[in-house]
Ligand binder design. Structure first.
Ligand SMILES: Cc1ncc(COP(=O)(O)O)c(C=O)c1O
Length: 394
């Protein structure tokens, strides 16, 4: 198929939900992607957070191949050994509790919202507090939780019971509390929101208040989970244990998954028939996710994430001293935002022209989330291209 033909088919047959980049990718390996013309790209934003192990990691691919030959689907009224093993793995890395399997981040958050409602129902609590600039998904309830007008426009009325307060502002949170507050839903690093990192004191205080007032602390780890911050889960950097954690993206190694993990005292609120998802936790995806955990352990990727994160941070700070258009560099592990004091929307395309894929969020923030198995050599190449583009824009 020719490029123009593909673009035309999309135009005529696929709903335009994305602003498309005119690139057609056909192959991926590690941090490299090949487009249809054979050009190779270094991917520093693999799959919007999905590609924590890069593209087509051998341990994930092997798991998928093995399982596809045996059984690809079994409904959730039966048992499967790999769903059992994945649940055990998730609990091993997180906290004593139970797991619910779904297919996407929004669906995992929907499950958490329903759990919070079920938890609060006997005492009339149903409100969920979220934070300005949050992103929790595109279903109606998660859109209400996201609270950003630009995503909600045209889809109102939103479901009731969601309140947004200023991020990292404990007083604003305290003021929003009522006797109807059932839960708080928080990203520890706001990804779509421009890589805004939650302060440790703020998170510790939230945990304390949630304990005192019997409010569920739900952490959305779609972007920060599965090694991205140098720990298996982002909350482990804060010395707290949440009541509920939601996961997706990197956990599936490239296949769709969504997961809610809830502490035991809350997980048992869910009883048969109350909540479900037909495809959630199928054998192929569970085998792929087990491959992700194996790769992280065998290849010591949490350590690599920290070392390479530090290396990239230094390189980016150097860029900041060279190019005054950089206002701020912030990040944790291998999740970085480079805030410019100019409009940054065209910069990803300029980088792509030179063979580097990155993202721009909130108009002025360049977002880099390379695979956690990235090498120094790949970081050097990416920073060189980024430097060239920034020089052109300066
Ligand atoms: C923090 C966060 N939560 C939830 C979601 C929604 O995930 P999904 O697109 O898989 O529904 C995203 C997606 O980008 C996200 O970044």
């Amino acid at each position: 198929m020719k490029l123009e033909e593909i673009f035309q088919i999309y135009k005529e047959n696929i709903m335009p939900t994305y602003n498309k980049v005119p690139l057609v990718f056909v192959k991926g390996k590690g941090s490299r992607l090949w487009d249809i013309t054979g050009k190779v790209y270094l991917d520093f934003f693999p799959g919007w957070g999905v590609g924590s192990l890069g593209h087509c990691h051998p341990k994930v691919m092997q798991g998928i191949r093995d399982q596809v030959g045996k059984l690809i689907f079994i409904p959730n009224n039966y048992y499967h050994p790999f769903q059992a093993r994945l649940a055990k793995e998730l609990i091993y890395w997180s906290f004593p509790g139970k797991v619910f399997f779904a297919n996407s981040g929004a669906e995992a958050n929907e499950g958490a919202i329903k759990l919070a409602r079920k938890f609060g129902a006997p005492v009339g609590k149903y409100e969920i507090i979220t934070f300005e600039n949050a992103f929790h998904g595109r279903t109606l309830a998660t859109l209400a939780a996201t609270g950003q007008k630009k995503y909600q426009d045209g889809f109102c009325p939103m479901p009731e019971g969601f309140k947004q307060v200023k991020f990292n502002d404990i007083n604003a949170f305290k003021q929003a509390l009522t006797d109807k507050t059932a839960a708080v839903l928080l990203e520890l690093v706001q990804g779509e929101g421009g890589i805004n990192i939650a302060d440790k004191d703020f998170v510790l205080e939230l945990r304390k208040i949630c304990d005192e007032k019997k409010i569920l602390l739900i952490i959305d780890e779609m972007q920060t989970g599965i090694g991205r911050t140098g720990k298996m889960f982002g909350y482990q950097n804060y010395g707290i244990t949440p009541d509920v954690v939601t996961l997706a993206k990197a956990l599936g190694g490239g296949l769709p998954i969504g997961v809610m993990v809830a502490r035991k005292e809350f997980s048992d609120l869910i009883t048969p028939g109350m909540h479900a998802s037909t495809f959630g936790g199928g054998p192929v995806i569970c085998k792929a996710a087990l491959g992700v955990f194996r790769a992280i352990q065998k290849e010591k990727l949490l350590k690599n994430c920290l070392i390479m994160g530090e290396y990239l941070a230094q390189k980016l700070k150097l860029l900041k001293t060279t190019y005054p258009i950089i206002k701020d560099v912030r990040g944790i592990g291998l999740m970085f935002g480079i805030e410019l004091n100019i409009d940054a929307k065209l910069i990803p395309q300029k980088c792509a022209d030179k063979g580097l894929l990155i993202n721009c969020t909130h108009d002025r923030v360049l977002r880099l989330m390379p695979a956690i198995n990235i090498s120094k050599n790949e970081i050097d190449k990416a920073v060189k291209i980024l430097g060239e583009v920034l020089k052109e824009c300066a």
